[in-house]
Design a protein around this ligand. Sequence first.
Ligand code: DGL
Length: 291
Amino acid sequence: MIGVFDSGYGGLTVLRALLRDLPDRSFRYFGDHALAPYGNRSAEEIHALTRAAVERLFGLGCRLVVVACNTAAATSLRRLQQTWLPAYHPDRRVLGVLVPVVEAITGVAWMAPPPARHPGPGGRTVAVFATRQTVLSNAYPIEIGKRAPDVTVVQQACPTLVDLIESGQPVERIRHAVEDYVDQLMGRLPSGRPDVAVLGCTHYPLIADLFAEALPSGVEVLSQPDLVARSLSAYLLRHPELDRRDAAPQVGFLTSGDPVQVSRRSTAFLGCRVDFRHASGYPSNASAVSS
Ligand code: DGL
């Protein structure tokens, strides 16, 4: 059984791709809807929440957890992998969602030595739209820069988008916010337009059409969920000990929020019926939790 974690709805975009590419695996999804969004929280808070969520999925029997949240992965994945896992869960693994995107942009495998390329004019420009904490972490520019110094990475924090999506705001309101963030980014680009756009928050594929409409035509929008699914499939081939194929695969959904509301919205996002259960240990009245 594979765990998938996000602060809220965003990880469903990754889960959808995983279910498509790995139909014979069982999954448990945990969305921390009561405490979303994470993107405007402090790095320490995000780390503590991410560790608790991964621990919960381990407790359900997952030996491998995908942190399907750029904010959580950019802020705390390395720390979890380097110190927490070896100390407390040496036989389990936690993966994030940035690595497959960085590999796709640079064409360089994560663990490969950086190629002897020299920065020069004419490299591609990559626009990264993400939460405030993901932008502050500089994870995308740093990791892309190590492998492809000729690529220019321009980041745009979109601090209102996750909240607008989580709270189910009307599409026109979200459209205006997206247009505003795209305009802000374009105003900072020397060439006036990016070559490639990364929706560096797993909530944003839920509104990918709004980004595509706001960006100039011809800008390639990378699909992070597709890249993550391909990468996880390859990882499982290399690490068969972490998860078994299931003759009767099951998908279970847990939320720290209101399961009725979360199930209704998730069903609309995914286009198939989704039934969330309330995760124990969280107040059952989600609105009582302030974020
Ligand atoms: N889906 C999360 C991400 O990829 C959203 C973070 C948030 O809750 O702000 O960054």
